[in-house]
Design a protein around this ligand. Sequence first.
Ligand code: CO
Length: 261
Amino acid sequence: MIYLKTDEEIELLRESNLIVARTLAEVAKYIQPGVTTKYLDQIGEDYIRSCGAVPSFLNYNGYPASLCISVNDVVVHGIPSVNQVLKDGDIVSVDCGAYKNGFHGDSSYTFRVGDVDEKVVSLLRVTKEALYLGIEQAVDGHRLGDVSNAVQNHCQRKGYSVVREMVGHGIGRHLHEEPEVPNYGKKGSGPMLKSGMVIAIEPMINMGNRHIMIERDGWTARTTDRKPSAHFEHTVAIRKGKADILSSFDYIKEVLGDRFI
Ligand code: CO
């Protein structure tokens, strides 16, 4: 069943999502060659707690960290590690969840580390564009398949492939609620979107083929062809006419300045 949130609940969701947005920006300040992903996780966890929130991912189904930090060919769910040192030319997806006042926020952004190959920068740009094209479809009276199709079309038209095994999700009192939000699908298919539904849209887009494997840690999702993958995520409330984006990349933009994509 898909829960409809009241306006008051949506404001609480916005508060949690703004904590996530500010956490991503705080982490962004430290992203550079030489830092470990474990260090970034500590920055993120400390910031989330300083806001009076709790990291949503920590201990979720046994997940051992506060952020998911996924480098290059890791699609999502990379576990922060002291052994993973960022280097010039890497891309790094930082996925963050925060829980406060009974509601979760969830958003992610893929950053560049130093100078990144133009081809990989295009992958980032197209994935982020696809996210916003999906959000444009996330309005009352449309179907979920319209969102999925917008994301898939844009990425495939540019020659990239869409990960199937992992999807976006409803979000609210639980990190993962119904409905599942695939990044592929047919226009006019799936559940009808209604004002008050809140979903996390999170395209996971590969430079090579769509196939992934889960590593033996039970979490790390990596492309089988070892080519790079990008991931951007917003939490949005369905409304009449235009979705309300509850998370935000504005704080990241302030930190990155003209390096913001
Ligand atoms: Co999510």
